[in-house]
Structure formats: structure tokens, C-alpha cells
Write a protein that binds this ligand. Structure first.
Ligand SMILES: CCCCC/C=C/C(=O)SCCNC(=O)CCNC(=O)[C@H](O)C(C)(C)COP(=O)(O)OP(=O)(O)OC[C@H]1O[C@@H](n2cnc3c(N)ncnc32)[C@H](O)[C@@H]1OP(=O)(O)O
Ligand SMILES: Cc1cc2nc3c(=O)[nH]c(=O)nc-3n(C[C@H](O)[C@H](O)[C@H](O)COP(=O)(O)OP(=O)(O)OC[C@H]3O[C@@H](n4cnc5c(N)ncnc54)[C@H](O)[C@@H]3O)c2cc1C
Length: 620
């Protein structure tokens, strides 16, 4: 049989309505139709070809990226694409590029932290790409510790200007995407100083390059920081370095939505939490969670299709060998990743809702859900990107030697994706933010303040700390409420144990430092609970299409039980389940694997192209 016949054969076995599943994946019929149309548009346009990019030199890759960005912009204008369609088009072009930062961070930062006047002044130019902006926060000396940034913005009352300066080598801006070669402007984060007083880090719009000849303006030293991990991959992006030598900007170039400096140089803090200065990071972390399922589904798609085609061992009487997908070990490595793609998709949808909700609340001066949104975006960004990066590497191994070939698409996908564990907040640093939120929640449990939202379960901690799982047979693990309670009990117990252990330290900060590993693990348990609970909520919705809901239920069980198996030590140590019940969960998991049917709805045209390249360059 030919490779494509194997695919057809497996597809024929699918016991669910594939078209309806595609809609579930996309979120709505309209979203699916847009995605499908734009994917075809990109795939059929030769300018957007991507089969040669790992072979290009850095310079040629960069030129190719500029050409694609310009062509994408041209098509967006010619076809009058909506914002949603335009963003889909950039997604399918699928090459890290300066416009990611322009649309993804520079514009959102002005929208989120600029006042009305500033938005009116800067946004029209940015929307028309008359100016191109980047987001310059990280410095050579400090990335995670934003409070440690050293760049200064000192107000000069005589001229009504800020003087932007890099006082040390370590204060050089380092990493911003789009900065190295392209950006004309930057949203920079610097310490605001008025009348000798330091008011902490704030955002400022600074012009870097001339709009006439693109040369750096006086006082600006700017350049590209060089090659990054892998061939092709993130090297299409001009991550940059930037230094300021007493560069003067107008006072109204400080983003004044959160704090203001008056003409007299008086610093005024608005009636909003200062953490809103970090708002763009919250927005982007939410986007990164939504994107995790896309990267993961691409990898899983390649590995699944390969596993269907690939045969090794087991030939009888000259008959065909066994499809590697039929090996239980292959299934136990691959199917949890497939299930995770759906789990991340659904939690990403929910997080988008949560983010929209907090945005509306902020507009009505309701800041009550900000800490929860920060914890959810930080925690989910951390857990989904770490899992996705690991999964892409696992998919490479699932494809044997062929997975190591560039033409499989996996090495490039890995190299592009893996910095997501670092940018927008190092994943461990973000987990510790979640842990702080959890410790605060536990410490307030006796105070009468009822935990709500994703920490509502903590309000039932009296029950969760002593409940015993009632599973007696393997199939008992198929009940969502049984799974949910096990995950809640594990998360609650891990947090409460950390809180108790923290009390053994006279100094809380010292305790936090000593117990950081346990705290990060408690945060993971909490975040995994969120993902599991949002999957359950999705299954409670009306899901049309023959067999679609059933298939999703199987994937839910695979996701939850594979996590339980992986973290069995935590579950058993916290006392909510017994080792015997853990073994029953594993038994059920094995049974579930034979019920998973393959037809990945995220099968984008891009993936087909990748696979075709794989098929052409290998013998199967
Ligand atoms: C399209 C993709 C392209 C990607 C390109 C990449 C771009 C980038 O990477 S841009 C640079 C991103 N950089 C980071 O993400 C830096 C990570 N570090 C931080 O976010 C912060 O510094 C921190 C959260 C790790 C710590 O901040 P710090 O000010 O030191 O805060 P404290 O720990 O003292 O906490 C104060 C208080 O504020 C809360 N909080 C912190 N961040 C936020 C937030 N974003 N939103 C709301 N609240 C926040 C924090 O929980 C504390 O609360 P309390 O404990 O209640 O006081
Ligand atoms: C591809 C890429 C694109 C980027 N794009 C941009 C951009 O456009 N704009 C921008 O401003 N920045 C950008 N960055 C920078 C990025 O945001 C930072 O690299 C990131 O925030 C991590 O900071 P760091 O590099 O200082 O890591 P560090 O904080 O130095 O991390 C090093 C190690 O220390 C650990 N660590 C640090 N602090 C703690 C702690 N408190 N407790 C326990 N462990 C800790 C970390 O877990 C990690 O293992 C980009 C980075 C990359 C890789």
C-alpha cells in the first residue's frame, strides 16, 4: 500500500464527524471557515513558500522574511482582510517576523497603557505601518526581574522632556524582536525619575531610526544580537540590542494611562494598580496559551501520520509489518500529546474569555480579578509551553530517524517554539508567581473571604484535605467528577502543605526561597487542575456531530489519566488516592488508547505540505 492509502485507511476508520470536529477545534463555524480560506490563500501563494527556509543563509532568510511581511501586508490591504483574517494570514505565513512584535506588543501596549490622546496620536500611524514598533523591556542584565531594569527616563522640567539614558553596559536593551534592523520606534521600559526621585519602571515611546533614511537617530546605538538556536527558525527575527546616550523625548511620550508626570514634573499615580504597567505581558501570555495548541497539534499531526505509515517488525509469511501506531508504547507516548492539544485548545479559549472579562472590568474600575488573571495567564503560559516544547521533541523521537531530518518539519518547529518557555516570562519564574497567589489564598482561608473563580475549590479545602477517592474498578476513573475531585484534592493538599511548611520559617521570603521547588510543583498541580476542569466544562456544552462528543470524552480521559499516571507520586503522597487506585487509572488508560481514532482536525494545509515533503524525501 502507498503511504497516502494508509492515511485514507485510517481516516476511514474514524467513528466521528470530522467536519464537526474541525469546527469544535476552530471554536465556531465562522472561525473555521476563515481559517480554512486563509490557509488555502497562503498555501497557494508562491511568495509564502517555506520549503527552502532552513537552507537559506541568515541574510537571505532575513530578506525572504521582509519580502513575505511586505507581501502579507499588500494582500491584507488588497483583499481588505478583517483584523481576524489578517492575523490568521500572519499565522499561516508562519515565520517569526518583526510584525509579530509590532501588532502583538507595541500596539497593544499603547492601547493598554496610553491615554486617549496618546492613542489618537500613535495608533493611526502604527495601524498604517507608517511607523514600526517593538517592545523593548528586557536588558542585558535583567529580564525576569523587571524591577531591576536600569535604563533611566529623567524628567527635565526646563525643556518639558525626558532624557533616556543607558547608564551601564548591563542596561543595554537586549533581545527585543524587530529592534535589530527594522523598527523605527520602540516602547521602552525605563525607571522614571523626577526631581531626583525614582518612581519605578514605566513605558515610553522612543523613535529610534529616521523615517527618511532609516539611520539610527543621534544618541541611539542599535544592532542585531546575532544567530540564535537552530537553522532557519527564529533567525528570521531581528532580535536586537539598544543603547541610549541622553536621548531626549517629549513628556507626552511617556505612556500616561497608569501614571502621569505633569508639566511641573509632579509624578501622579492614577487610581489604578501599578501592575497595569505589566498589562501587555498578561495579554501576550494569554495569546501564547492559545498558540500552544497550534504548535502542539502540528507536531502531533506529523508524528501521527508518520506512525500510521511506518511499519517495523511483525511480518508473518511475507505479509506487511506492524504499523508502529499499533505498538502500545507508541500510543502511550503519542495519544496523551494529542489529548493535550485539545486540552490546551479549550483552556486557551476559556483564557481568552477571562482576559476579555478582566479588560471590561478594568474599564469599569473593577480590579478585583486582576491577581487571578495574572496567576492564570502566568501559570497556563508556563505549563502549556513547557508541555508543548517537550511534546515536539517527543514527536521527533516518535518519527525515529526521519524526525531528525529538517524536511520532517519537526526540528524547525522545535527551534522556533522552544524559546516560548523563556520569553514573556521564564516558566519557573511564572510558576513562582502562581505559587505566591496560592499561598496568599491559603493564608486568607480562615478570614471569611470566599475564594472564587479558579481558586473556588480552596473554599472546600476542609473536605478536600480529608476526602478519599472512591474508585474500586478501572472504569470508575471514567467519571469526570471522580477525576476532578482527585485533581482538586491533590492541588489543595500540595498548596496547604507548602503554606504549613512556610510557617516554619521566621522570615516568609526566606521560606519562599527554600521551598521554591515544592511551591513550583504546587503551582503546576493547580494549573493542571484548571486545564482539567475547563475540559470538563467544554464537554458539558452542546457539541453536535456524530461521535464528536464521545471522541472528546475519550481524549479528556486520556489527558487526565495520563497526567495522573505521570504525577502519581504527588497524588499518592498527598493521600487522596491509593497506589492500587493509581494502578487502576493506568489500566483504564491502556483501554482508552485502543479507542482513540486518528483524524486531527488541525490538519492545516501547511501540515499537508510538510508531510508531502517528508514523503518525498524518505522511502516510505
Ligand atoms: C508573539 C510572541 C513574541 C514573544 C516576544 C517576547 C517578548 C518578551 O519576552 S517581552 C519581555 C517579557 N518579560 C517578562 O515576562 C518578565 C517576567 N517578569 C515579570 O513579569 C515580573 O517582573 C514578575 C512578575 C516576575 C515579578 O514582578 P515584580 O514587580 O518584581 O513583582 P512582585 O513579585 O514584587 O509582585 C508585585 C505584585 O504584582 C503582582 N504582579 C506581577 N506581575 C503582574 C501582572 N502582570 N499583572 C498583575 N499583577 C502582577 C504580583 O503577583 C505581586 O502581587 P502581590 O503578591 O499581591 O503583591
Ligand atoms: C526568542 C526570544 C525573544 C524575546 N523577545 C523579547 C522582546 O521582544 N522584548 C523583550 O523585552 N524581551 C524579549 N525577550 C527576553 C525575554 O523576555 C527574557 O529572556 C525572559 O523574560 C527571561 O529573562 P532572562 O533572560 O533574564 O532569564 P533569567 O531570569 O536570567 O533566567 C535564567 C535562569 O534563572 C532562573 N531564575 C531567574 N529568576 C529566578 C527566581 N526568582 N527564582 C528561581 N529561578 C529563577 C530561571 O528559571 C532560569 O532558569 C526575548 C527572549 C527570547 C529568547
Amino acid at each position: 500500500m502507498e503511504a497516502l492509502d494508509y492515511h485514507a485507511e485510517e481516516r476511514r476508520k474514524a467513528e466521528f464527524d470530522v467536519e464537526e470536529m474541525k469546527i469544535v477545534w476552530a471554536g465556531s463555524r465562522q472561525a473555521y471557515e476563515i481559517s480554512d480560506r486563509v490557509a488555502r490563500l497562503v498555501a497557494s501563494d508562491p511568495v509564502f513558500r517555506k520549503d527552502n527556509r532552513t537552507m537559506l543563509s541568515r541574510k537571505d532568510l532575513f530578506k525572504d522574511t521582509l519580502r513575505k511581511a511586505a507581501h502579507a501586508w499588500k494582500r491584507i490591504i488588497e483583499l481588505r482582510l478583517s483584523e481576524e483574517e489578517a492575523s490568521k494570514l500572519r499565522f499561516f505565513v508562519d515565520q517569526p517576523v518583526f510584525t509579530d512584535l509590532h501588532w502583538g506588543m507595541f500596539i497593544p501596549a499603547i492601547k493598554g497603557q496610553g491615554n486617549e490622546e496618546q492613542q489618537q496620536k500613535w495608533l493611526p500611524m502604527a495601524y498604517k505601518m507608517q511607523i514600526i514598533g517593538c517592545y523593548a523591556q528586557t536588558e542585558l542584565g535583567h529580564g525576569s526581574n523587571v524591577q531591576g531594569l536600569e535604563t533611566t527616563a529623567t524628567f527635565d522640567p526646563e525643556t518639558d522632556e525626558f532624557v533616556i539614558h543607558s547608564p551601564t553596559l548591563t542596561s543595554s536593551k537586549w533581545w527585543p524582536g524587530g529592534l535589530g534592523k527594522v523598527s523605527t520606534h520602540a516602547l521602552i521600559y525605563a525607571r522614571l525619575i523626577t526631581d531626583g526621585q525614582d518612581h519605578g519602571v514605566h513605558g515610553f515611546i522612543v523613535q529610534l531610526r529616521s523615517l527618511d533614511d532609516h539611520l539610527p537617530l543621534p544618541g541611539i546605538t542599535v544592532g542585531d544580537i546575532g544567530m540564535k538556536f537552530g537553522s532557519g527558525a527564529y533567525n528570521s527575527m531581528d532580535n536586537g540590542v539598544l543603547r541610549f546616550d541622553h536621548v531626549r523625548i517629549l513628556r507626552d511620550q511617556m505612556l500616561m494611562g497608569v501614571s502621569q508626570v505633569t508639566r511641573e514634573g509632579k509624578f501622579m499615580q492614577s487610581d489604578v494598580p501599578r501592575q497595569l504597567v505589566y498589562g501587555t505581558m498578561v495579554y501576550v501570555r494569554q495569546k501564547i496559551v492559545a498558540d500552544a495548541s497550534c504548535a502542539l497539534s502540528r507536531a502531533v499531526c506529523i508524528a501521527t501520520r508518520y506512525s500510521v505509515v511506518r511499519r517495523q517488525f511483525g511480518s508473518h509469511n511475507g505479509g506487511p509489518e506492524t504499523q508502529v501506531i499499533d505498538y502500545k508504547t507508541q500510543q502511550s507516548r503519542l495519544f496523551p500529546l494529542l489529548a493535550s492539544a485539545y486540552a490546551f485548545r479549550f483552556v486557551g479559549e476559556w483564557l481568552k474569555w477571562l482576559y476579555t472579562d478582566v479588560t471590561q472590568r478594568l474599564q469599569a474600575s473593577d480590579f478585583s480579578t486582576l491577581p487571578e488573571v495574572h496567576a492564570c495567564t502566568a501559570g497556563l503560559k508556563s505549563v502549556t509551553t513547557s508541555a508543548t516544547a517537550d511534546a515536539i521533541e517527543e514527536c521527533r523521537k516518535l518519527c525515529g530517524g526521519h524526525g531528525y531530518l529538517s524536511s520532517s518539519g519537526l526540528p524547525e518547529l522545535f527551534a522556533v517554539y522552544v524559546p516560548a518557555c523563556t520569553y514573556e516570562g521564564d516558566n519557573v519564574v511564572l510558576l513562582l508567581q502562581v505559587a505566591r497567589f496560592l499561598m496568599k489564598t491559603v493564608s486568607q482561608l480562615g478570614s471569611g473571604k470566599k475564594p472564587v473563580g479558579t481558586i473556588a475549590y480552596m473554599g472546600r479545602s476542609e473536605h478536600l484535605l480529608q476526602c478519599r477517592c472512591e474508585v474500586e474498578r478501572a472504569e470508575d476513573w471514567l467519571k469526570p467528577n471522580v477525576i476532578l475531585e482527585a485533581f482538586e484534592a491533590r492541588a489543595a493538599r500540595m498548596s496547604v502543605t507548602c503554606a504549613k511548611n512556610l510557617n516554619n520559617f521566621a522570615n516568609q521570603e526566606e521560606g519562599f526561597a527554600q521551598l521554591a521547588t515544592d511551591l513550583a510543583e504546587a503551582a503546576v498541580a493547580h494549573v493542571q487542575l484548571i486545564i482539567v476542569s475547563k475540559f470538563i466544562e467544554k464537554l458539558q456544552q452542546d457539541i453536535p456531530g456524530k461521535g464528536v462528543k464521545r471522541q472528546l470524552e475519550i481524549l479528556f480521559n486520556v489527558y487526565a489519566l495520563s497526567l495522573l499516571h505521570k504525577h502519581l507520586g504527588d497524588f499518592v503522597a498527598s493521600g487522596c488516592i491509593t497506589p492500587k487506585q493509581g494502578a487502576l487509572a493506568n489500566e483504564q488508560l491502556r483501554l482508552l488508547y485502543s479507542q482513540v481514532h486518528f483524524d486531527n482536525p488541525s490538519l492545516l494545509l501547511y501540515m499537508v505540505l510538510l508531510l508531502e515533503r517528508l514523503l518525498q524525501s524518505t522511502s516510505f
